[in-house]
Design a protein around this ligand. Structure first.
Ligand SMILES: C[S@@+](CC[C@H](N)C(=O)[O-])C[C@H]1O[C@@H](n2cnc3c(N)ncnc32)[C@H](O)[C@@H]1O
Length: 412
């Protein structure tokens, strides 16, 4: 391994990432994207995976265990047979992840130590799913890393990845370089102290100081080290990320949240909107990233071939709300007539038809849109076409924010 590679390994040994206390498992489950089972189903299995079949997942560069535990807990809760294989080079990170798994009493996790570059030998596939978050951008050869993971993926399997994106990290790279100039020769603990001193007195014009999206370093030393003192750290634009994915023989099934990769979100002028409609999907995503300026990471699902994402093309689809209460959503839609919020500093307002409020109230994770509409029409009347249109608008808006996902009913 190179000097930088050795330094990276030593860093995650001294500062396992992210900082986690196994005692916290008693009070909360850390969740997020990628790797929610509903997302895996929606983005990689067209909403139709048979979850009575065993599910094998690899978490490559598992760190202190967030994705491993989320996956294993979800599988256990849903009674899905299978296993989650954790793979990481850091013994310290593994120790914390093991303690968290033990605290939850999970029995469906297997721990493996070593490099993901040797996944085929250390933790052979085939896997239905591979999670690799915040790791590829710390490898000397990210393409070799993704290829190694693609090699252990089953024919119908997919990956959930997260890599850094440059524009939302504005200020990070020159601060990393400045810290290198000031303290490259010092041991890590002293470089942390030096970084605190530098951060406390940065000029107000400094791009890091001016970037409101960057706050990880305030959470603790492990986070500060990961953000500012990492010996190997690169960010990928959309075209660079697409190149990496292509080199591994994979395709981008979807970015998450998908809406953030649509340039129309950032264009008010109708003639500009029409011009971007002519661009290929990946070009649109690249343009969206350039316009938005607030993407710090790319979270994406990757598959071997296109067509793995669920689409609302019939009334049979069961809508699932992710971390939103149907009643509260309906009340808010009733009041505002739109879905809105702030996504990493950007205020978003997505108008939906008035019927969407009643539809939202009917979402219970079991009934299909067809069943919800039939019940609402029996109660309130209205043309079927209008209800279908409202379902489509609600799905486009909430789905774009990754808050509504689709699942085929178990029997179809
Ligand atoms: C930033 S942490 C991310 C941890 C976890 N995936 C998460 O999102 O919370 C990066 C992890 O990748 C691990 N790592 C780095 N290079 C690796 C390699 N070649 N093989 C396996 N793990 C690696 C590090 O030890 C560290 O635990």
């Amino acid at each position: 391994m190179s000097e930088a590679g050795d330094a990276l390994a030593a860093q995650y040994e001294a500062y396992p990432y992210p900082a986690r206390d196994p005692a916290d498992e008693a009070r909360r489950l850390v969740t997020g994207s990628p790797s929610r089972l509903e997302e895996i189903d929606h983005y990689l299995f067209a909403g139709a995976r048979d979850w009575s079949r065993p599910f094998r997942a690899l978490v490559a560069g598992g760190g202190t265990g967030d994705a491993t535990i989320m996956l294993a807990q979800q599988l256990a809760d849903a009674g899905v047979p299978g296993e989650v294989v954790y793979l990481d080079r850091s013994a310290a990170a593994r120790g914390i992840a093991e303690a968290r798994v033990a605290a939850r009493g999970l029995t469906n996790v297997r721990f493996v130590s070593g490099s993901l570059l040797e996944a085929a030998e250390l933790a052979p596939g085939p896997y239905d799913y591979v999670d690799c978050c915040g790791v590829l951008h710390h490898l000397e050869d990210p393409a070799a890393g993704l290829k190694a993971l693609s090699a252990v993926l089953g024919e119908d399997g997919g990956l959930g990845v997260m890599v850094y994106a440059p524009y939302g990290r504005s200020g990070v790279y020159e601060l990393q370089a400045a810290l290198g100039q000031l303290g490259r020769d010092l041991p890590l603990a002293e470089r942390i102290a030096l970084a605190h001193r530098l951060l406390a007195g940065l000029p107000t014009t400094n791009r890091f100081a001016r970037n409101p999206l960057l706050g990880d370093h305030r959470r603790g030393d492990a986070e500060l080290v990961d953000l500012l003192l990492n010996p190997i750290d690169r960010a990928f634009t959309v075209p660079e990320f697409a190149g990496l994915v292509d080199e591994a023989g994979l395709t981008i099934a979807s970015f998450v949240e998908p809406l953030r990769y649509e340039p129309r979100l950032y264009l008010a002028d109708e003639s500009l909107r029409r011009r971007c409609d002519g661009l290929a999907p990946l070009e649109q995503a690249a343009l969206a990233e350039r316009l938005a300026g607030n993407l710090k990471t790319h979270v994406a699902y990757l598959a071997r071939r296109p067509g793995t994402v669920a689409r609302l093309d019939s009334p049979d689809w069961v809508p699932l709300l992710i971390e939103i209460d149907a009643g509260q959503l309906a009340a808010s839609l009733e009041r505002k007539g739109s879905i809105g919020g702030t996504v990493e500093g950007l205020d978003i307002t997505l108008p939906v038809p008035p019927l969407a409020a009643a539809l939202a109230a009917g979402i219970d994770g079991r009934r299909s849109f067809g069943e919800i509409v039939a019940a609402l029409r029996a109660e309130r009347g209205g043309a079927e076409r209008d209800w279908v249109q409202a379902a489509q608008a609600l799905t486009a808006a909430l789905g774009g924010l990754n808050k509504l996902l689709l699942r085929r009913p178990a029997s179809s």
